[in-house]
Design a protein around this ligand. Sequence first.
Ligand code: NAP
Length: 495
Amino acid sequence: MENTIEKKKTGLENKSEHSKNGAEEKKTDGDKQKKASIKTINPATNEVVKSFKEMTEQEIESAISRAEKGYQDWKKTSYDQRADLLHKVASLMRKEKDTLAKLITLEMGKLLKESEGEIDLSANIIDYYADNGAKFLADQTLKTEFGEAIVRHSPIGVLLGVQPWNFPFYQVVRFAAPNVMIGNVVLVKHASNVPQCGIAVEQLFKQAGAPEGVYTNLLIPGSKVATLLADKRIKGASLTGSETAGASLAEAAGKNLKKSVLELGGNDAFIVLEDADMDKTVEWAVVGRMNNTGQCCVASKRFIVVEAVADEFLKKFKEKLSALKIGDPMEKDTQLGPLSSEEAAVHLEDQVKRSVAAGAKILLGGKRIDRKGAYMEATILTDIKQDVPAYYEELFGPVASFYRVKDEAAAIELANDSPFGLGGSVFTNDIERGKKVADQIDTGMVFINHPTWTKEDLPFGGTKGSGYGRELSELGIQEFVNKKLIRVSGLSDPF
Ligand code: NAP
């Protein structure tokens, strides 16, 4: 698929207006074109590193056909054989950690140490499903009046996984590892700005000895996804990404009567109560907002602080955010790198500008950083009323929205006033109080005294506009299985 290696600026290629950041300033039809094309653009410089040709219709057809053929054999393999493959993939991933982590940072700008952490976490997820899959999928015996009844967990076939760029390995293995363990086979359409990460995962499976069709990377744009759902050989689909993409996939899946799982955006609340340990809370607030340069679905995005401690929190939070060292994400001491793309930075700055025009105030930052690349200042917005765009929109980057509220009840009410329902956190020294608050928050995950958490054995997913279904843990392996009832009874006379 690989095409030529280009070394030119994105903007020059599109012959449109350029910003000082090295790419075009306005959202134009050219932007849509850019989004649709598959290439590595280093967001730290906005230089095109490598371009890839989209798969042709024939190539897509033969990929699906190989996957379907592969499934017919893979579904007959034992759990031990599948676990063996997954362990090999995890081990290769750890061996190649340095190279793979650099690839993540090159393609989407994550700080190198965070990329290394992502590779470790991804390998752990793969091992986890290899170690526990057979137990999770074991037959369940049901108590019946007479005879025997069991629920057997059978694979369902070829699945499509549509993946986002923000965690190019972790997101993919959350989908692929449990499904390969079940006996399903996967077609993975990765985000168009991380093609080399997508290819690298496929290569790991190949090197580990995966039979043809078990894991296939599709180099196609998002616009091709809906039509794939009409293909009879594809039995289900999972998407992690924006609501627009999720709605489009869910519509196509529904039309074709196929199961889907959606992990979409979030606007998570970080609630600070008056009895919280303020210094530690502020440190976690920085991590919660700035990890992955603020581009996590479960990042803390709305900081909701009760009046009694609001000034103290805000002062300390601002001090910490102002002190972050901006730089090249490949450098070990950098604390604030670029966003994933010029397009993402332009969009975020526009959200900040629109919010200010509607009445929000900027306490810190608010602008692009004056250097090459997709950089944006660490920013704090205050005075955000309901008609300010930042109130309901997800800000995917280093921009924190601050809210001062009267008390705990007001904090909960504000936290729940969101179209999203992914995560959220509560900081308090009283754990029982924290649990009571958590009970009243309308999201898929709530964390007490931690901004967010993900690990192989904890379920992950949301409610409301954040999607449906779960990934990770035992719950994540139950999404694309046929829970088949097998009923045995004595041969009695018909009624
Ligand atoms: P995006 O545009 O929705 O892209 C995500 C994936 O969907 C990409 O592979 C993209 O392909 C594909 N896609 C785009 N349009 C599509 C369509 N109409 N039909 C089918 N697939 C389509 O997402 P983004 O804005 O770049 O990523 C950030 C979003 O993902 C945020 O909202 C974030 O909160 C969310 N997210 C959620 C989770 C979670 O677990 N809940 C995790 C990570 C990210 P192309 O790249 O080819 O367009």
